[in-house]
Design a protein around this ligand. Structure first.
Ligand code: F6R
Length: 242
């Protein structure tokens, strides 16, 4: 595991973007695994800047996102599909047909999860998976549990995640209660993983993930078993590591 400690969010974002940019330059038709949430926004802004400067070309890049709320359409402003269009896809020359997310409108959860796993396999797997970390140590929507979920599945969100995500909605009742997410097995099959964390509210989760026991009670701790993980986190996120 390579661990980088940055001064702040901006430096974390720039460093993360440089790793994605290098991946795209080395393999222009790479498969990127992407995340939503506050953490990667600065990284996406930096990638857009490099695209606008003419130094980065997304024309062959393919992407698969970690997760999507169940019950939201792609056009819903709270959907992760909408988020990705706003922050990245709509601002660079990636082909929309090369961008994949679970389909939140599918009510047959089993069929949708199988379809999404097949999409990832058909693309040849993920070259570089970007992850944020929840305050409870979740990755994707893999919440603390008694065991690690292997494949893409449908989850009930925990009160802690609903609480953390309500800032994006008008009221807490509007936060969907279920989501589709890649499983821990899906994430662990990515060839490389980039974990990002910013802010003191992630400090305990990050410490546990990097230095605590590997346990499904702190899902990100499984990353200790992955052979190629890079962690970039700012000083605040490292504040619990002494
Ligand atoms: C987002 C995702 C989540 C977030 C995590 C951190 O696609 O899968 O696991 O990465 O909840 O969210 P932020 O970055 O908003 O703190």
């Amino acid at each position: 595991m390579k661990i980088y400690r940055t001064v702040d969010y901006q430096e974390m974002s720039r460093m993360a973007a440089s790793i994605l940019a290098a991946q795209i330059q080395q393999k222009p038709d790479c498969v990127l695994g992407l995340a939503t949430g506050s953490t990667p926004i600065g990284m996406y802004d930096e990638l857009v800047r490099q695209y606008q400067d003419g130094t980065l070309d997304f024309s062959l890049v393919k992407s698969v996102n970690l997760d999507e709320y169940k019950g939201l359409t792609r056009e819903d402003e709270q959907s992760y599909s909408y988020f990705m269009n706003q922050h990245l896809f709509g601002r660079v020359n990636i082909h929309p047909e090369n961008t994949y997310l679970p389909d939140g409108t599918q009510t047959d959860a089993g069929a949708e999860c199988t379809r999404y796993e097949e999409v990832i396999s058909r693309l040849g797997g993920v070259d570089l998976q970007v992850l944020g970390i929840g305050r409870n140590g979740h990755i994707g929507f893999n919440e603390p549990a008694d065991s690690f979920a292997r494949a893409t599945h449908c989850v009930e969100l925990t009160p802690s995640t609903i609480d953390a995500n309500k800032r994006f909605f008008e009221k807490e009742e509007d936060v969907p209660r279920q989501a589709y997410t890649m499983g821990i097995g899906t994430i662990m099959r990515a060839r490389r993983i980039l974990l990002l964390a910013s802010g003191a509210d992630k400090a305990e989760a990050l410490r546990g993930a990097l230095y605590g026991p590997v346990t499904p009670r702190l899902p990100a701790s499984i990353l200790q078993f992955h052979p190629d993980v890079t962690v970039i986190a700012d000083e605040a996120a490292f504040s619990a590591v002494r």
